[in-house]
Design a protein around this ligand. Structure first.
Ligand code: TRP
Ligand code: ZN
Length: 495
């Protein structure tokens, strides 16, 4: 009897490891999940492991992390999400009543699985229509017991409510996630780890999904989200705006923007120029008089398309919110703080966030440590815009100035930013110098072919530094390690 139990536990662990190793999960994560499965005596592993042995197939515990060495708690193992449907009812007092439907495919025979979720009160959780037990700890929502066979498509429905607020991030000293501005506007900026602060998710870019986001607001308010506005419905004092994002999206790029008397302003001139629907989400004063620079969005798309290939989505625009001194490239709807829009360098932030639609949103990092693949590329787009506007002399001069600043600033290698300072200046500046140096090394033809091939090959998916280097090498037709050794991995900025 004793021997049987030992053998069964070994089998269980082996099964867990083989499931987890696909996503690089550690045994620590599995152990942590096991100990917190609610009602462990009634669920299968590990206390009733003899029962597990009797089951065919053997059910395993879904891992609590997807295997990202920078942020091990992000994402989960054992399933792949296809679609999120979020219904959010926003009230004037700032509270939100929400319902999330997560449709996923099991990648293992699952006795339990995790979602990432921080805060809020959960009223109800169903799996395939059946009320199911759950437990919560440290940003993990553990759903068990379940019996899902590998390949099963399942739907998790979660009703939850609360008053959303920014959450602590592992990556920076600021709260991120659901935020509010001085005029009561609401907006979500969640990169890299705050999707889980506003909806239960597999919060890692490795698991992209399509989204439907329906936001109900008091009459007179406007609500926007990613993608296309597919419906506006009015009912007893409220309006529901339904948005659809049909191209797979990393959860951290999902957003909602809500404002009193705000407008969704289409720009027919820019749309015609770009061949992409351009619509911006603006507060009343800017809707009346949009910032003049915004009109260049159409031309920016054309210019970036000539370097990166076709714009990856069907629409684009920005939302301008108060009290936010930054900008974030949410898929098809970047969020800009007013200070950025009013700054003399607005044009460069505009082209930067636009470039992220290719590099960051369509091609997303496979691990957060590779963030230079987002920020270095978007910063390089600023240089391309300078070159386009003012010529190659201005491009060279700007690069020389930025390299000097990076040298004086002692920027370390962009390949390995500190996890608690992920968006440091090096990933932006030195990240862009990697591309400048590669372009100088291989010439424009091979270089832009590299960018376009990389954008196309990994579109709607994920890439790593190794993936990019492999494309660069193939297009150069020779080894280009020197460029990466010096600019990406080198401790110091070269003299
Ligand atoms: N990706 C943003 C940029 O384009 C920077 C950023 C990362 C950010 N996380 C954020 C901005 C959260 C606002 C909030 O540079
Ligand atoms: Zn950026």
């Amino acid at each position: 009897m004793k021997r049987l139990v030992v053998a069964t536990v070994a089998l269980l662990v082996a099964a867990s490891c083989s499931g987890g190793s696909e996503s690089g999960t550690t045994s620590t994560a599995i152990g942590a999940t096991t100990s917190t499965v609610p009602g462990a005596t009634t669920s299968t592993p590990p206390t009733t492991s003899t029962t597990v042995a009797a089951l065919e197939p053997t059910y395993v515990i879904g891992a609590a992390g997807i295997g990202d060495d920078y942020y091990p708690a992000l994402g989960n193992g054992g399933y792949d999400v296809e679609h999120y449907r979020l219904d959010l009812a926003y009230q004037r007092d700032g509270s939100v009543a929400a319902s999330a439907m997560v449709r996923a495919t099991a990648l293992d025979d699952l006795a339990s699985f995790n979602l990432d979720f921080i805060g809020w009160d959960i009223d109800r959780l169903n799996v395939n229509g059946t009320p199911t037990l759950f437990d919560r700890y440290d940003g993990e929502l553990v759903v068990a017991p379940v019996e899902l066979a590998s390949g099963d498509v399942f739907a998790v429905e979660i009703d939850y409510r609360g008053t959303p607020a920014p959450a602590v991030s592992a990556s920076m000293p600021f709260g991120i996630g659901w935020s509010s501005g001085p005029e009561g506007e609401q907006f979500v900026v969640a990169e890299p780890d705050a999707a889980r602060s506003w909806f239960p998710s597999n919060d890692h870019p490795l698991d992209k999904a399509t989204f439907t986001i329906a936001v109900t607001v008091p009459d007179g308010f406007t609500a926007a989200a990613n993608g296309e506005l597919i419906g506006v419905a009015e009912a007893d004092g409220t309006t529901t705006f339904q948005w659809s994002m049909d191209t797979p999206m990393a959860p951290y790029l999902a957003t909602v923007v809500i404002g009193d008397d705000w407008a969704i302003v289409e720009d027919p001139v820019a749309s015609a120029e770009a061949g992409v629907t351009i619509r911006n989400v603006l507060p009343p004063d800017l809707a009346d008089t949009p910032p003049a620079v915004l009109e260049t969005t159409g031309r920016m798309i054309k210019v970036l398309e000539s370097s990166f290939g076709p714009f990856p989505f069907d629409e684009y625009g920005i939302a301008v919110v108060g009290g936010f001194p930054a900008a974030l490239e949410n898929q098809t709807l970047s969020v800009f703080g007013r200070p950025m829009v009013e700054a003399p360098y607005f044009e460069y932030v505009l082209v930067h966030e636009l470039a992220h639609q290719w590099f960051g949103d369509s091609v997303s990092v496979g691990r957060w440590g590779d963030i230079w693949l987002n920020e270095g590329f978007a910063t390089f787009a600023e240089l391309l815009w300078i070159e386009e506007q003012y010529g190659s002399g201005a491009y060279r001069e700007e690069i020389a100035n930025r390299i000097e600043a990076a040298r004086v600033g002692g920027y370390g290698p962009p390949a390995t930013p500190p996890p608690n300072d992920l968006f440091n200046s090096s990933v932006y500046q030195r990240g862009s110098f990697v591309l400048v140096a590669l372009r100088d090394e291989v010439g424009d033809e091979a270089f832009f072919d590299t960018l376009r091939t990389y954008a196309q090959q990994f579109a709607n998916g994920n890439a790593t530094t190794e993936d990019f280097i492999a494309v660069a090498e193939a297009k150069a037709g020779r080894n280009v390690d020197e460029v990466f050794d010096v600019w990406l991995y080198g401790q110091q900025v070269p003299a």
